[in-house]
Ligand binder design. Structure first.
Ligand SMILES: C[S@@+](CC[C@H](N)C(=O)[O-])C[C@H]1O[C@@H](n2cnc3c(N)ncnc32)[C@H](O)[C@@H]1O
Length: 260
């Protein structure tokens, strides 16, 4: 008998942000194959009898390849085992969902995808900001600072085609070189005064954020990983909880930052 693989999003960190479906699946799982970024508080909700395997490429199974993770899922499934493949956030956002589904299809293994709250949305909610605002931002661009292509070569993100003043950029894996990023974004046409907020460990008790303008991005202190960087006029509220006047909020934020 072939077991079904559940490709499940664990959300950004706060266990209360798991979906009811994810929680139900975790409670009855026989095996949980999880990412490095899935928090211990979420793993603690799994069936106590479940085998919990960290297939994360950093802290867990160091050196494990995607092909090996795929093979592991297929192997468990062929043993008739109920597997939860648990990814942080949403598996369809910078997870390896596409590759995993292709591998399962090729092996005739049935699967279902259970979405989760992606880090950028968790971060925005924690900050109390909206990513769209019909007065300022008509679109949301979910992007990484680098793009990996088939052979994992890193190709620079084409900011010219993405950076628009009427969009909120949600930048995953933003890296630490904010001088280059700032120069590229300003070079791509974004105004220097546009708000930028970096959120580290969004929705976890250790969440921290720093707000500034694109101009001053490089002066932000280094934040712990994982972190997501939000840029756009819709984020004015995050700079300073104030009177809703984002220009005023920007001035106030600059004063705060210059005093640090
Ligand atoms: C490989 S991607 C996985 C994204 C995940 N599938 C999601 O939907 O959130 C990892 C990146 O997501 C972002 N990330 C994940 N969890 C985060 C969190 N709790 N707070 C801030 N950023 C997070 C960071 O940019 C991190 O480098």
């Amino acid at each position: 008998m072939t077991g079904k693989i559940h490709l499940v999003g664990a959300g950004p960190g706060d266990p209360e942000l798991l979906t009811v479906k994810a929680l139900k699946l975790l409670r009855r799982a026989t095996v949980v194959l999880h990412d490095d970024l899935v928090s211990p508080a979420i793993l603690a909700l799994a069936n106590p009898q479940a085998e919990i395997v960290n297939v994360g490429k950093r802290a867990g199974a160091k050196g494990i390849t995607q092909a090996e993770i795929n093979a592991l899922m297929i192997d468990y499934s062929r043993r008739g085992v109920e597997v939860v493949r648990l990814q942080s956030g949403d598996p369809a956002i910078f997870g390896r969902l596409a590759e995993e589904m292709d591998a399962l299809d090729a092996a005739n293994v049935p699967f279902e995808v259970v979405p989760g709250i992606t880090a950028g949305l968790g971060a925005a909610a924690s900050l109390g900001v909206s990513l769209t605002d019909r007065r300022k931002s008509a679109r949301v661009v979910i992007v990484t600072n680098h793009q990996a292509h088939g052979d994992e070569r890193h190709i620079k993100t084409d900011w010219k085609s993405l950076a628009r003043e009427d969009a909120t950029l949600v930048i995953y894996m933003p890296g630490h070189d904010f001088t280059t990023l700032r120069n590229e974004l300003i070079g791509a046409g974004l105004p220097a005064a546009i708000p930028a907020v970096i959120v580290s460990r969004a929705t976890a008790p250790e969440q921290r954020h720093q707000s500034t303008t694109l101009e001053n991005l490089a002066q932000l202190p280094r934040m712990d990983s994982p972190a997501v960087l939000l840029i756009g006029w819709a984020l004015g509220r995050a700079l300073v909880e104030s009177n809703g006047d984002s220009a005023q909020a920007l001035r106030e934020a600059e004063l705060i930052l210059s005093a640090l």
